[in-house]
Design a protein around this ligand. Structure first.
Ligand code: KIV
Length: 262
């Protein structure tokens, strides 16, 4: 059995050249499946706003919702490192708020770390968190909480700024950094420059690890998925077929059969 993954496990993996497999999850059953399969990191992403709540952006997601989902995931994860994603406006308005909200993920929800979006601009906040003993994962490149500022969910190509952001979050004490929606060659440069592991999503193969949104990779959603997503299953299609069969059998009386009766 695999032992518990910690932030130091991830450093060691980078050093040894072992790739890190990360997924998002938002509830107990899927977290349990991912954990049992051996994923190293489960991120309770604020992407839940889009794939679970049916919103068009992550912006309305609240701290209380994140705590609720993180609790379910942490309960299921025996091995994977569980990271709680700090939602929009839970860390931008001030240091004290940010620290208390980050602390809630560890204290109330059972996460072992938090993630927040932004590079140099959020370094002071990251420093305070790491000084308080809260491990922080950074997230640079396409940062969905800034969708309006970026003018949409757009690939980010400013190489100098991306490399500077990577270095800044490493210096601020982040234990890892998500690289989202950036050209593969820039992600490779950042990965080679930094000592901390990079986890890519739409950032090419050179990153130290990869993360995918669970609903996208399992085909649970019919929403448009970006080019970087690979569908490893079509669970949405299977569920649709199961519902159709159920309706049919209820209509014809084929269900329940004798074997389902007391
Ligand atoms: O919210 C999320 O799921 C994320 C990942 C896409 C990295 O931030």
């Amino acid at each position: 059995m695999q032992s518990k993954v910690t932030v130091t496990t991830l450093y060691t993996m980078k050093t040894k050249g072992e790739k890190i497999a990360a997924v998002t999850a938002y509830d107990y059953p899927f977290a349990q499946m991912a954990d049992a399969a051996g994923v190293h990191v489960i991120l309770v992403g604020d992407s839940l706003g889009m794939v679970v709540q049916g919103l068009t952006t992550t912006l309305p997601v609240t701290m209380d919702e994140m705590i609720y989902h993180t609790r379910m995931v942490a309960r299921a994860a025996d091995h994977a490192l569980v990271i709680g994603d700090m939602p929009f406006m839970s860390y931008q308005a001030g240091a004290a708020d940010a620290l208390l909200n980050a602390g809630r993920f560890l204290k109330e929800a059972g996460a072992a770390a938090v993630k927040l979006e932004g590079g140099a601009s959020v370094c002071e906040t990251m420093r305070l968190m790491t000084q308080a003993g809260i491990p922080v994962m950074a997230h640079i490149g396409l940062t969905p909480q800034s969708v309006h500022q970026m003018g949409g969910f757009k690939v980010q190509r400013d190489e100098d700024r991306l490399v500077a952001d990577g270095l800044a979050v490493e210096q601020a004490g982040a234990f890892s950094v998500v690289l989202e929606g950036i050209p593969a060659q820039i992600a490779e440069k950042i990965t080679k420059t930094l000592k901390i592991p990079t986890i890519g999503i739409g950032a090419g193969p050179a990153c130290d690890g990869q993360i995918l949104v669970l609903h996208d990779m399992l085909g649970l959603t019919e929403r448009h998925v970006p080019k970087f997503v690979k569908r490893y299953a079509q669970l949405g299609r299977s569920a649709g077929e199961a519902f159709t069969s159920f309706i049919q059998e209820v209509r014809t009386g084929a269900f329940p059969g004798d074997e389902h009766c007391y």
